[in-house]
Design a protein around this ligand. Structure first.
Ligand code: MN
Ligand code: MN
Length: 296
């Protein structure tokens, strides 16, 4: 639970996040390069006095989440792409987390609407002492009413200072729990809708990492990465930001850090049935009425 001063920082961070998302939406169009969009998003956060709370996620089509372009990524937005822009800015560790889906493929307009509407229905349930399960019910009922499936193994989450994925998890499917929301708690609600199997799995690719604990490593590149990673205070960071240019050296260093449990890998997440995926997300302070920090 944040104090009034902390809530003010969370609101400021949410406002920056919302403004940057709005600007980012106009950058995403066929022919645009994902890498340019991601770098622009992160630069805009810094221009507004915040820092990225995590790398800009730009996930295409059946990739549900955790794709941020690596260095030299040449991916271009295509005419028929469904792209999730999921971004967050933080001020002094207090973060906003928001996402929209931009859909150039008319066949998936309804699927995009389904996740958006599910988010709005869940926000309506937010107030002190509300049942968490009522949010999940609203999400699942809304998405299924559109004829799509919620992604059952992706959830929203609590947000605490320098802790992006805090308790509680906010499930996108009906879940038996007695958990009740508390006043001035901050949560991110993020429904995902799909025409696939309704589950995601981890792909081989990893472009986002998080520092878990320091480790004694011999490899100089691994040591350099560990030193560099300290500055994020436990928030996720991009491979693209790392001070090691050689891909081979980077792979070796990251493998060692992973094996020593020093670094957590946020693998790219793909829909297991190869279905298309839409997502919407907002950060909400639990009050009555709720404060959506990432809404302009
Ligand atoms: Mn997010
Ligand atoms: Mn989130």
């Amino acid at each position: 639970m944040y104090s009034p001063e902390e809530l003010e920082k969370a609101r400021q961070a949410g406002r920056v996040t919302a403004e940057v998302l709005e600007a980012a939406m106009s950058l995403v169009k066929p022919g645009a390069k994902l890498l340019d969009i991601a770098e622009r998003i992160e630069a805009m956060m810094r221009e507004k006095g915040a820092e990225p709370a995590f790398p800009a996620n730009l996930s295409l089509n059946s990739t549900a989440a955790h794709y941020t372009p690596p260095k030299n990524d040449a991916t271009i937005v295509q005419e028929n792409d469904i792209i999730k822009i999921d971004i967050g800015a933080h001020i002094d560790g207090y973060a906003g987390d928001t996402a929209v889906t931009i859909c150039f493929n008319k066949d998936y307009g309804k699927m995009t609407e389904a996740s958006q509407r599910a988010l709005e229905e869940a926000i309506k349930e937010c107030k002190p002492e509300a049942r968490l399960s009522d949010l999940s019910d609203a999400i699942e009922n809304t998405i299924t009413s559109y004829g799509y499936k919620p992604v059952s193994n992706l959830t929203g989450h609590g947000i605490e200072r320098y802790h992006l994925h805090a308790d509680p998890q906010v499930p996108n499917v009906k879940t038996a729990t007695n958990y009740r929301l508390q006043e001035n708690q901050v949560i991110a609600i993020e429904p995902f809708a799909t025409d696939g199997a309704g589950r995601i799995k981890e792909a081989e690719q990893v472009f986002i990492y998080m520092l878990l604990k320091p480790a004694a490593v011999r490899n100089p590149d691994a040591r350099k990465i560990l030193d560099f990673a300290q500055q994020f205070n436990g928030l996720p960071f991009a491979e693209r930001w790392l001070p090691v240019d050689s891909q081979i050296k980077l792979r070796i260093a990251m493998k060692e850090l992973r094996e020593r449990n020093a670094i957590y890998n946020y693998a790219v997440l793909k829909e297991i049935g190869g279905g298309m995926v839409s997502q919407s997300e907002h950060t909400v302070i639990i009050q009555d009425p709720p404060i959506v920090t990432t809404r302009i």
